[in-house]
Design a protein around this ligand. Structure first.
Ligand code: FES
Length: 157
């Protein structure tokens, strides 16, 4: 059974309420939502393809283009801003050589800024995957990213 067929099977009987979680499953498998996979999802589930794209474009969590394995979200909210988030962001962009919205050529990291991560007491804050890192300095942020990059290269050996 193909990957998408497995996802549909896991959600059977497939209803409109399964669209978000099925898209999340596809994105977890591929790192983003490849068009052929979304089309296959619609075909196998019997739901209109427009519903899938409607959901995929509405929610910021979904990516229709290839995306890095780790998404770094740096908070640019007021609390983080006044406690040095711009310096943290600058250090990260310099280290990874990408701008806000960019992805490293090795597809390891994508970088985004967000309005508030809801953890202002930890400001300045970044979120990598679903893990929060708070009270950042530019050096601390770069060290965290280098640790993740190092762990990744070790796990690929
Ligand atoms: S302003 Fe950064 S977490 Fe709220």
């Amino acid at each position: 059974m193909g990957k998408v067929a497995e996802i549909v099977a896991a959600h059977t009987p497939f209803t409109e309420g399964d669209i978000i979680s099925a898209l999340q499953d596809v994105q977890e498998r591929y790192g983003y939502l490849p068009q052929p996979a979304v089309d296959e999802l619609a075909r196998l589930s019997g739901q209109p393809v427009a519903r899938f794209y409607g959901v995929a474009t509405f929610y910021a969590q979904f990516y229709l283009e290839p995306h890095g394995k780790h998404t770094i979200r740096v908070c640019r909210g007021t609390a983080c801003h006044v406690r040095g988030a711009p310096n943290v962001m600058e250090a990260i962009t310099r280290r990874l050589k990408i701008e806000d919205g960019g992805t490293t050529p090795d597809m390891l990291f994508s970088l985004e800024t967000v309005a508030c991560l809801g953890a202002c007491f930890l400001s300045p804050v970044m979120l990598i995957g679903n893990q929060y890192f708070g009270k950042l300095t530019p050096d601390k942020a770069v060290r965290i990213i280098e640790t993740i990059a190092g762990n990744n290269s070790r796990s690929e050996i």
